[in-house]
Design a protein around this ligand. Structure first.
Ligand code: HEM
Length: 126
């Protein structure tokens, strides 16, 4: 792989790390602390920044992912097609999460879908 395409994959992976890592930090650290030591103002402020960061990460994943799929001629790959379907569902659930921020089932589904998309991404690159 050329250095330029390695850089594109690198950005894809950095965005993935933020998108997945952010969900884990919020779920495993922020939400439990919030339960024992509630501060709705702080929670809203963190959620706003996390939301902006996640939107930027998702945009980077889409742009770099589309560029790699073109360059590596992967559009006919079944794995990529399943991955894109799951990414579509992920985007719909993320928008639903903005509307219903307290629905825990939605948050769990978003995390599980993200883990599945990462699995399919690793499958694609391997
Ligand atoms: C939430 C969204 C996404 C996540 C979490 C994600 C995650 C990943 C991961 C973990 C890899 C593995 C890289 C490696 O092992 O080296 C990967 C590769 C890849 N992703 Fe994504 N991805 C996302 C969205 C997309 C989108 C929208 C596309 C659009 C077509 C895409 C196209 C690709 C391609 C083509 C590769 C393989 C690159 C190669 O062959 O080296 N991804 N992705």
């Amino acid at each position: 792989m050329s250095t330029a395409w390695q850089a594109v994959l690198y950005v894809h992976l950095l965005a993935m790390a933020f998108f997945l890592g952010g969900q884990l930090v919020v779920g495993l650290a922020l939400v439990p602390v919030e339960r024992t030591n509630p501060d709705p103002e702080r929670l809203r402020a963190v959620a706003r920044r996390f939301g902006i960061g996640s939107a930027v990460a998702l945009a980077l994943l889409l742009v770099t992912g589309i560029a790699m799929a073109d360059h590596f001629s992967l559009w006919s790959s079944g794995t990529l097609q399943i991955k894109l379907t799951l990414v579509g569902v992920l985007i719909v659930l993320t928008l639903a999460h903005l509307r219903y921020p307290r629905a825990h089932a939605l948050q769990g589904a978003i995390l599980l879908l993200t883990l599945a998309v990462v699995w399919l991404g690793v499958d694609l690159a391997g």
